[in-house]
Design a protein around this ligand. Structure first.
Ligand code: SAM
Length: 419
C-alpha cells in the first residue's frame, strides 16, 4: 500500500508525543507497547526527562533495538548536569508493577486495539487506577477513516481485536474519566481530505487524559499500604553520564585542568624562550573558545576575550609580570623536576569551566587530590606540569623523526613483501 500520509502516520504519532513533551516537560515518562523502542530513542534526547521507561509484552521485539538506547559518545565527552535513567521492561499492560507508579506521562500508541475488550478494562484499571500518571496519551485507529485507506478490507492489522469509531473511543474514554478521576481531550493525526475531515475525523484518534487532582493524588496513592507488585522483567537499564555523578564530575574537572595547565605552561615557555608556537597554542585554544562561547555564563569571559586573544593570555596577564620564573611563587620551574607550577587559584579564577565545574577553590583541590593524572605540589596549591627545554624538545623530535624513519622504512618493506 502506498503511503498516503507525509510524513508517515507513525512519525506523526511520535511527533505528537514529542511536541507534548517539549511543551509540558514531563520528568518521568513511560511508553507502553514500546515495541522496538523507536519512540524511546527519540525521547531520550529531551533532557528534561530524567526517567524514561518502555514496556512491551514482546521481549524479542524489545531486544532487537534496545541497545541503541545507550548514550552516544558526546554524552560521555560533554556530560551535562541533567540526569537520565532509561529502563525497558517486558510485561503486560494488563498487569500491575509498582515501579511504574507516579510518572508524569504515560503513552500508549496504537496498543489498546491489540487487547481483547476484557483486557482493555484491565488496561484502564492498571494505567488510570494504579499507575495514575499526571497525563496519559492514548492513540488507536479510527475505524471511520478506514474507507479512505486504499486496498483495505477488514482491520488495519491482523492482530487487531477491534477498531473503534470516534463515538466508541469517546464512550470508553469518558468511562475511564468518571471511574478514575481524569478529564480528556480528543484529537488525532493523519488528516482526511479537507471536505471529509468533519465526517471521518483523523486516521489515528488520540485521547489526552489529565488527572483531575494534579500531582497530589498520586503522592497520596503512592503512600498507601497496598502491597508492591513487581510483575515485569527488566531487560535493559542504563544511566546516562551526568556531572551530578562525582566520578564524571572529577573526570571533567581533570580534563579541563590538564588542558589549561598545559596551555599556561606553553605560554610560559614562549615567554621564556622568546619562541612562539602559535600554530599549536592558537588552534588548540580557539577550539576550546568556540565551545566556551556556547555557555551563557561566559558573558564576562567574552568581554575579556574581546581584549585578549585567548583565556591563556588572560591567565597569563593575571600573573605578576615582574617576577622571573626561577623561584617565582606563582609560576616557577624546578630544574631537577623540570616542572612548571600552575597555581590552582589561577586555574580556578581564570579558566571558566574549571571554576564552574568545581564551584570553589577548596572543592577543586579536593577533586584533584588522589587523582593519578594530575600532579599537585606538596602543599596542594598548584598543578605541576612537566616541560622540556626547547633544545631538548628539538633533540627529542629529531630522535622521534629518526625512529619514524626506521619504522616507515620497515613498513615499506612489509608492503613490498606483500606485493
Ligand atoms: N507503540 C509502538 C508504535 O507506535 O510504533 C508499537 C505499536 S505496535 C502496533 C503494538 C505493540 O503493543 C507491540 O509491540 C506489541 O508487542 C505490544 N503489545 C501488545 N499487547 C501488549 C500487552 N498486553 N502489554 C504490553 N504490550 C503489548
Amino acid at each position: 500500500m502506498n503511503p498516503i500520509f507525509s510524513p508517515p502516520l507513525y512519525k506523526q504519532r511520535q511527533q505528537f508525543v514529542i511536541d507534548f513533551v517539549k511543551e509540558n516537560k514531563p520528568r518521568k515518562v513511560i511508553d507502553l507497547g514500546c515495541g522496538e523502542c523507536s519512540l524511546l530513542k527519540k525521547l531520550r534526547f529531551h533532557r528534561e526527562i530524567e526517567h524514561l521507561v518502555g514496556v512491551d509484552i514482546n521481549g524479542a521485539k524489545i531486544k532487537k533495538e534496545m541497545h541503541e538506547l545507550a548514550p552516544v559518545s558526546t554524552d560521555y565527552l560533554q556530560p551535562g548536569y541533567e540526569q537520565l535513567c532509561v529502563e525497558v521492561y517486558q510485561g503486560s499492560v494488563t498487569r500491575r508493577d509498582a515501579r511504574l507508579r507516579g510518572f508524569d506521562l504515560v503513552t500508549s500508541i496504537e496498543l489498546i486495539e491489540h487487547l481483547t475488550l476484557a483486557d482493555v478494562e484491565h488496561f484502564s484499571a492498571v494505567v488510570f487506577g494504579y499507575m495514575t500518571p499526571v497525563t496519559a496519551i492514548v492513540s488507536t485507529p479510527n475505524s471511520e477513516f478506514n474507507p479512505l485507506l486504499p486496498g483495505l478490507s477488514g482491520f488495519r492489522h491482523s492482530d487487531h481485536k477491534f477498531e473503534w469509531s470516534r463515538a466508541e473511543f469517546r464512550s470508553w474514554a469518558l468511562k475511564v474519566c468518571s471511574g478514575y478521576g481524569y478529564e480528556v481531550e480528543f484529537t488525532g493525526v493523519g488528516e482526511a481530505p479537507q471536505d471529509q475531515q468533519h465526517s471521518v475525523g483523523f486516521c489515528s484518534q488520540i485521547g489526552v487524559f489529565q488527572r483531575l487532582e494534579g500531582r497530589d493524588r498520586c503522592r497520596a496513592s503512592l503512600s498507601d499500604d497496598e502491597e508492591d507488585v513487581f510483575s515485569y522483567t527488566l531487560l535493559y537499564c542504563i544511566n546516562y553520564p551526568s556531572l551530578r555523578d562525582n566520578n564524571i564530575l572529577r573526570r571533567a574537572v581533570v580534563s579541563e585542568v590538564l588542558y589549561w595547565a598545559e596551555q599556561i605552561k606553553n605560554r610560559w615557555m614562549e615567554e621564556k624562550t622568546g619562541k612562539k608556537n602559535d600554530a599549536f597554542t592558537l588552534c588548540q585554544t580557539e577550539g576550546r573558545m568556540e565551545e566556551l562561547h556556547l555557555e551563557p555564563h561566559m558573558e564576562m569571559e567574552e568581554k575579556h576575550t574581546e581584549e585578549l586573544t585567548s583565556p591563556v593570555q588572560h591567565c597569563w596577564r593575571a600573573l605578576p609580570d615582574n617576577e622571573g620564573p626561577e623561584g617565582d611563587e606563582v609560576l616557577w620551574t624546578n630544574s631537577s623536576n623540570r616542572c612548571v607550577s600552575v597555581p590552582l587559584a589561577v586555574l580556578w579564577s581564570f579558566c571558566p569551566k574549571v571554576g564552574e565545574l568545581s564551584g570553589s577553590l577548596g572543592n577543586l583541590r579536593h577533586l584533584l587530590m588522589d587523582e593519578p593524572a594530575v600532579k599537585l605540589s606538596q602543599d596542594g596549591s598548584s598543578v605541576l606540569v612537566k616541560y622540556q627545554e626547547q633544545d631538548q624538545e628539538e633533540e627529542a623530535e629529531d630522535l622521534e623523526d629518526s625512529n619514524y624513519a626506521e619504522c616507515s622504512h620497515s613498513a615499506e618493506q612489509e608492503e613490498d613483501w606483500e606485493v
